[in-house]
Design a protein around this ligand. Structure first.
Ligand code: PGA
Length: 241
């Protein structure tokens, strides 16, 4: 089953979150829908339609302790999250996320029973230097090295240069990266792990992107912020599935 995930990033107050979910009614689509909201909006998202899942954008790896400003897996679950993003490129770029801290987060979240959308992707310099696969290999093998239970694992391929730029990767670039990621994950876990594409996905390109070999859905930032756009995106992305 395809997965359509949304990442609100640092957008939406509680009131705006309530408004968003109150207009997101309708019958369940033929796909899984996962919406990652800010921590402060988890409670406000509680009135979401039953067929969608609400999650967070990050989590700490310790169960409790002196970690000012951090949130644990138990806190997330209590607040209504069933999943979390891990190692989004903005965490890697601006907040010091490394392959090592990403690995700790993924392990803690999966062990706590949360689903994880683990993000990987090369930046422009790496792509231009022909190092895309080397970067993906490192991010996957280091970031997921201690994982044994992969039932709740989803990977998102998000080339950094395509995020928020309005310029999605080409079909060939997406297929090449997804096939490589799938192959690497299969070697690691002997399972077919779902791989989402993220980076300037919108209503216009979602159908085409979801048809590419190795693409199991999309992780959407900017275009997910208005419910009518997200609904349209899901409708178009699931056409013919
Ligand atoms: P975008 O963001 O859809 O705005 O490019 C995607 C993401 O960062 O997950």
């Amino acid at each position: 089953m395809h997965i359509f995930a949304a990442n609100f990033k640092m957008n939406k107050t509680q009131e705006e979150t309530r408004e968003y979910f109150s207009s997101f009614f309708g019958s369940a689509p033929k796909c899984k829908v996962m919406i990652a909201v800010p921590y402060t909006s988890l409670a406000a998202a509680k009135k979401h339609p039953k067929w969608m899942q609400i999650g967070a954008q990050n989590v700490h790896f310790a169960s409790s302790g002196a970690y000012t400003g951090e949130i644990s897996t138990d806190m997330l679950k209590e607040a209504g999250a069933s999943f979390t993003l891990v190692a989004h490129s903005e965490r890697r770029q601006y907040f010091g996320e490394t392959d090592q801290t990403a690995a700790l987060r993924a392990k803690a979240a999966l062990s706590a029973g949360l689903e994880v959308i683990f993000c990987v992707g090369e930046n422009l310099a790496a792509r231009e230097a022909g190092r895309t696969k080397r970067v993906l290999h490192r991010q996957l093998t280091c970031g997921l090295k201690d994982i044994t239970n992969v039932e709740n694992l989803v990977v998102a391929y998000e080339p950094v240069w395509a995020i928020g730029t309005g310029k999605a990767a080409s079909d060939a670039e997406i297929e090449d990266a997804h096939m490589y990621i799938k192959k690497t994950l299969y070697k690691m876990f002997k399972k077919d792990i779902p791989v989402l594409y993220g980076g300037s996905v919108n209503e216009e390109n979602v159908y085409r992107i979801c048809k590419i070999d190795g693409v199991d859905g999309a992780l959407v930032g900017g275009a997910s912020l208005r419910p009518e756009r997200m609904k349209e995106l899901i409708t178009r992305g699931t056409k013919d599935l």
